[in-house]
Write a protein that binds this ligand. Structure first.
Ligand code: ASP
Length: 335
């Protein structure tokens, strides 16, 4: 019988109405009591490091979770984390970097409705997650939600209310789970021969600057001393606007001169960036040789940046690690 550790952290799945809105109230043990049949197929222990709406989950909790997984790694066949959906894609990306090359599955799930409601998706999601974590073919960090299994670096919450809230971006789902049957689309366990690697540091000083038509680059000067990295969420495949004053390019110049990391990403969810396509991107890319997101999700770019900053601030080393594929996060690279 497989031995699974259920890590309960709060979220809607564990929430109750308090009179002032939903908040996490249901313990991990109670969550499990709603799916008694799951305990017939595997042995499940429960641990509850915190109980938060995932709006309040930050990189400190990501480190806590990876530390917890590391401490328990040798004693379990797999891990199932119950987590709020709002920042689940950030946590799944962060854990993909903090716990690399895991032969054991680390499954993250949650729900759009609390587990004690009759029409909830929580019982199915939790049952599916435990089933998937106990499957011999499972590995690495994945989200199991609404019948889809999504690589931890490829998930995005795209719906605020529907049960199929998460999409797999620029990558197929790893598997689907239909009527309790797991159908694998990507069955690649054992192909990555590397040993599991845990990281225990993240650099949280990352600023995301989303461009809008008319953005002012000078605002970035206020931030320069407070942050190590600037991620510019640009338009389309990527470009830096010039509204006549060249203020955004000048700001990039100042960040680079100050030894900071500047990364280009796109606000378009699907198909990724490619700054070489248009003159507005090409010129900036050529001058500063900025790393860009390509097909990585924004959540993955943010988590990966924090993870790399935990190791180095050197621009060359940063770039090398940034363009290394981890848990299926990056396929598209320039020729
Ligand atoms: N606000 C909740 C959370 O992220 C939403 C959810 O879990 O679905 O914790």
């Amino acid at each position: 019988m497989k031995h699974i550790l259920l890590i309960a952290t709060g979220g809607t799945i564990a929430s109750k109405h308090t009179g002032t809105g939903l908040s996490p109230q249901i313990s991990g043990e109670e969550l499990l009591s709603y799916i008694p049949e799951a305990q017939k197929t595997c042995q499940i222990d429960v641990i509850q490091p915190f109980s938060l709406d995932s709006t309040n989950v930050s990189w400190q909790q990501w480190l806590l979770l990876s530390e917890l997984i590391q401490k328990n790694y040798d004693f379990y066949d797999g891990f199932v984390l119950c987590h709020g959906t709002d920042t689940m894609a950030y946590t799944s990306a962060a854990l993909s970097y903090l716990v690399m090359n895991s032969k054991k599955p680390i499954i993250i799930t949650g729900a759009q409705k609390p587990i004690d409601l009759p029409d909830t998706d929580a019982r199915t999601n939790l049952t599916d997650s435990i089933r998937f974590a106990a499957d011999d073919r499972s590995h690495d960090v994945c989200i199991v939600f609404g019948g889809s299994v999504i690589a931890g670096t490829r998930a995005k919450k795209e719906k605020t209310k529907s049960y199929n809230a998460f999409s797999s971006i620029n990558y197929p789902p790893i598997a689907v789970i239909q009527d309790r049957r797991i159908i694998f689309y990507i069955d690649d366990k054992g192909q990555n021969k590397k040993e599991v690697v845990f990281s225990d540091r993240l650099g949280g000083k990352v600023f995301l600057y989303r461009l809008i038509p008319g953005s002012d680059g000078e605002i970035l000067d206020i931030l320069i001393d407070r942050y190590d990295a600037l991620i510019i969420e640009s338009f389309g495949v990527g470009g830096i606007p010039d509204y006549g004053d060249g203020s955004i390019k000048a700001a990039i110049d100042r960040w680079i001169s100050a030894g900071k990391i500047v990364i280009m990403a796109t606000q378009v969810t699907n198909e990724g960036s490619d700054m070489s396509v248009y003159e507005v991107g090409h010129a900036v890319k050529n001058i500063y040789d900025l790393p860009e997101s390509y097909d990585m999700t924004l959540e993955a770019v943010i988590a990966k940046t924090m993870w790399i900053l935990g190791k180095t601030k050197d621009r060359k080393e940063f770039r090398e690690i940034f363009y290394t594929t981890v848990n299926h996060d990056l396929l598209f690279l320039p020729e």
